[in-house]
Design a protein around this ligand. Structure first.
Ligand code: AP5
Ligand code: MG
Length: 213
């Protein structure tokens, strides 16, 4: 099963993608997590990506597409995957479709986690992320067992650099200009499914499971 998660920054794509990955035994692939891991490890790719990410801009397609295509070619992707944060532009979606068509394959579902912009700034300030394993918490809604420490791997939780209110505003603008057209793109293919992302995360997941079967 090959799934794409769509939605504004902070809609809960990562939260839901992890739950999907656990239930359906497919890898969760987040281009944002891949970039953040590279930034943390000080790689050349990380340094380049950081310039864009800190401003809330998209990392150029040339960098992003190669990383994603290399990742989905790995053995653990044989039975599918859940993509979180990719594609984010029409050209990225076209490259993915072409690569899949070459192996007689296609995306099964594009899940749009729908949350209005007004809800987002509030959510982001409360988010805490683990840069080691990619786990995500929220100080009010989904707190870790021990404050500031990741339940999954025991490392320190941080407020992401791009979660400052002024950067979140930019990310929302970029989403509406560059990523939102993907909603029509996947709708036209008949694989777009929209869920109400303002609901409790367990209810959002139940709605997704009823779509995926
Ligand atoms: P990325 O890491 O993908 O960030 P994003 O799309 O901005 O999305 P977020 O991770 O911020 O939000 P999310 O939807 O995953 O929400 P979450 O589950 O954490 O990308 C970061 C940057 O990398 C981009 O800006 C760009 O520069 C670059 N990049 C990445 N991919 C790229 C690409 N393909 N092309 C070009 N550039 C790329 O939830 C948010 C918060 O809400 C959490 O605290 C969570 O606990 C809480 N929450 C979740 N669900 C609920 C709920 N139902 N109710 C209440 N709270 C909830
Ligand atoms: Mg995310």
């Amino acid at each position: 099963m090959k799934i794409i998660m769509l939605g504004v920054p902070g809609a809960g794509k990562g939260t839901q993608a992890k739950m999907i990955a656990d239930k359906y035994h497919v890898p969760h692939i987040s281009t944002g997590d891949i970039f953040r891991a590279n930034i943390k490890n000080g790689t050349e790719l990380g340094m380049e990506a950081k310039k864009y990410m800190d401003q809330g801009l998209l990392v150029p397609d040339e960098l992003t597409v190669k990383i994603l295509l290399d990742r989905v070619a790995k053995n653990d992707c044989e039975n599918g995957y859940v993509l979180d944060g990719f594609p984010r532009t029409i050209p990225q979606a076209e490259v993915l479709d072409k690569a899949l068509a070459e192996i007689n394959d296609k995306i099964d579902f594009a899940i749009n986690v729908d949350v209005p912009d007004e809800n987002i700034i509030r959510r982001m300030g409360g988010r805490r992320a683990c840069l080691s394993c990619g786990a995500t918490y929220h100080v009010e809604h989904i707190p870790p067992k021990k404050e500031g420490i990741c339940d999954a791997c025991g490392k320190e939780l941080v407020l992401r650099d791009d979660d400052k209110p002024e950067t979140v505003g930019n990310r929302l603008d970029v989403y509406h200009k560059q990523t939102q057209p993907l909603i029509d793109f996947y709708n036209a293919k008949g694989i777009l499914k929209t869920v109400d992302g303002t609901a409790d995360m367990k209810d959002v997941f139940a709605a997704i499971v009823s779509i995926l079967g």
